[in-house]
Design a protein around this ligand. Structure first.
Ligand code: NAP
Length: 235
C-alpha cells in the first residue's frame, strides 16, 4: 500500500490530486494549514488529514511525527504554494514588487518546500520506492521567460517565478543527493483556481494530471526532471 502526503490539499489542485490518488488505491494524507478545512476535505474524499503549515517548523515536525508513527510515507507532494497579487488580482511586476513580498512568497514556496523535505526525508528513506513531486510552474522556466512568444514571456511578476525557479533548483539538487528516490518538478498549466482568482484556462482535472502521473512514477522512472502533461520542459 502506497501512502502519500499532499501539502495544501484542502482545495483546488491538491484536492483533485488527492481524489485521483485515492481512486488509484493510495492512502492519502491531506495536509492543511487549517485543521477544519482539512477535516472537511478529507471527509469528502475518504482521506486522512494532517495539520501542516509549511511555514511553521513545529507544525511540520508534528506532522512528520504523526505520519511516522502511523506507518510512514512513500510519496510526498509539495503542492502548497502562493502567488502574491494586488487587490484587483493583478500580478505585481518589477515596478512595484518589494523585498518583503518576495520574502513572503519564498517563505511558502521555497523555504516551505525545503522545510517539508527535511522533515520527511527520514520517512521517505524507509520507503521501498520513495517519490517526491515538487509542484513548480511553467513560469519557473528561464528559457520560456526569455523567449519572445513563449507562454510565459509576457508575465510581469517577479516573486512567484523566482520562487518556482528556486523550486526547480531544489528538485535537481535533491534528486542528485538521493538517487534512490524519484524527485521531479511539475508544471500543472494555467488552471482555474483561487491562486489566480479563477482566471486560469484549464480545469483542476487537467491541471492535476501531471502531478498524479509523477506521483505514481516507478523506480525506473525519471528523476531530477521538469515536466508538464505533454513532456519535458526547458529549464
Ligand atoms: P490554491 O487554490 O491557492 O491552493 C493552494 C493551497 O496551498 C491551499 O490549500 C492553501 O491552503 C495551501 N497553502 C498556502 N499556504 C500554505 C501554507 N503556508 N501551509 C500549508 N498550505 C498552504 O492554488 P492551486 O492553484 O491549487 O496551486 C497548487 C500548486 O500549483 C501551487 O504550488 C501553485 O504554485 C502551483 N501552480 C498552480 C498553477 C495554476 O494555474 N493554478 C499553475 C502552475 C503551478 P489555504 O486553503 O489554507 O489557503
Amino acid at each position: 500500500m502506497t501512502t502519500t502526503l499532499i501539502t495544501g490539499a484542502n482545495k483546488d489542485l491538491g484536492f483533485e490530486t488527492a481524489r485521483r490518488l485515492i481512486a488509484a488505491g493510495q492512502t492519502v494524507y491531506i495536509g492543511s494549514r487549517d485543521a477544519e478545512r482539512g477535516r472537511r476535505a478529507a471527509g469528502q474524499l475518504g482521506a486522512r488529514m494532517v495539520q501542516l503549515d509549511v511555514t511553521d517548523d513545529a507544525s511540520v515536525a508534528a506532522a512528520a511525527k504523526a505520519i511516522g508513527a502511523d506507518g510512514g510515507l512513500d510519496v510526498l507532494i509539495n503542492n502548497a504554494g502562493i502567488e502574491e497579487r494586488g487587490a484587483d488580482n493583478s500580478v505585481i511586476g518589477a515596478a512595484d514588487v518589494t523585498a518583503d513580498m518576495v520574502r513572503h512568497t519564498f517563505e511558502t514556496n521555497v523555504f516551505g518546500t525545503v522545510r517539508v523535505l527535511h522533515a520527511f526525508l527520514p520517512l521517505l528513506e524507509r520507503s521501498e520506492v520513495p517519490v517526491v513531486v515538487n509542484v513548480s510552474s511553467g513560469l519557473a522556466s528561464l528559457t520560456r521567460l526569455t523567449t519572445p512568444g513563449a507562454p510565459s514571456y509576457a508575465y510581469p511578476g517577479v516573486a512567484y517565478p523566482a520562487s518556482k525557479t528556486a523550486v526547480n533548483v531544489i528538485t535537481v539538487q535533491y534528486a542528485k543527493a538521493f538517487p534512490n528516490m524519484r524527485i521531479n518538478a511539475v508544471e500543472p498549466g494555467f488552471t482555474k483556481t483561487d491562486l489566480n482568482g479563477n482566471t486560469g484556462v484549464q480545469t483542476v482535472e487537467q491541471g492535476a494530471e501531471i502531478i498524479v502521473r509523477m506521483a505514481q512514477v516507478g523506480p525506473d522512472g525519471p528523476t531530477g526532471g521538469y515536466f508538464d502533461a505533454e513532456g519535458t520542459l526547458p529549464w
